[in-house]
Design a protein around this ligand. Sequence first.
Ligand code: SMG
Ligand code: MG
Length: 368
Amino acid sequence: MKLEAVEIVRVAMPLVTPFRTSFGTTTTREVVLLRAVTDQGEGWGEAAVHAEPFYNEEFVDAALIVLERFLVPMLCELDHLTAEAVRPALRLVKGYPAAKAGLEMAIFDAELRAQGISASHALGGVRTRVPVGVSVGISPNLGHLVDTVERYVEAGYARVKLKIEPGADLEPVAAVRERFSDLALQVDANAAYGPGDHAHLLGLDTFDLVMLEQPFAREDLAAHATLARELRTPICLDESITSADLAAQAIELEACAIVNIKVGRVGGLLSAKAVHDRCQDLGVPVWCGGMLESGIGRAANVALASLPGFTYPGDLSGSDRYFHQDVTEPFVVEDSHLAVPEGPGLGVTVRPEVLDELGAERHLVRPS
Ligand code: SMG
Ligand code: MG
């Protein structure tokens, strides 16, 4: 396959409700989509970056520059482009895993469409539907939080993740647990705590949580391992896990018992599968994280979550939890699940009229 051009699409998608984490509030998702134009047809990918470099160092403006100046030209030079070939071809560029993941996704989509194979099938998926989960942002008050969780439970979400931060942790978790005694409940700190918070975090053990996600800085595997020795609630790592090797190291150090896999954080769907495979070999369960993706990134996430090691529900919600209008056909929750797309490639189609309505900026990059 030969890459002829890549269209970079930047589209501001207003969220249905603002999403607050320990590092800020998102009201509009700046989505980056990539349309790969090849000699064998087209494919779409999503670079799951945020507008600010607060989750990790990558952010939209920087990703757009690196895509246009380095990543797309590097791929356009290859005579035999495949999704497999993307990662090695881009290895000179350090970082930017989500930009690389978006490109790989677009090439993978084009390749699989040409072959008539679904992404789930190509990756080794074993499920036709995946259970939904929802990530609930930090709320202005306890009443608002409990009402929000109630709405999601009524909509079929049997697993809920609460965002926490110092000053908004034990009390909100207690309020939700008191109201919903059977709910599969977990919390995510996005690295907002320090080793000095160790004793305080042990208080989470009262609430029968499924897991505590990323309490400490991503580099500090030792602090996670120290907490894991005393905390009964299993620790899951998100930000720390950027490759299969790092996942194996974290598991070896007993810094985590569960791994959150995000396509953008690990540099692509194929790397995400590699992290899954390594965790499976080591007997560690994984689940699919989310970055408030549009329908393109969501289709990739759902395909990934159809692999056998994804034994916990992911941060995979219906499109209406995020957006009034998605850029593809919406993902709809049915019986607490999302269907895994069966069509070739990612199995979803971008709706150009929605891109137009949302005022998307589109820019074609071709080799000079
Ligand atoms: O996609 O439903 C979603 C959001 C899931 O909480 C979520 N993601 O650290 O796991 C995480 C966060 C990162 C994004 S915060 C804006
Ligand atoms: Mg997280």
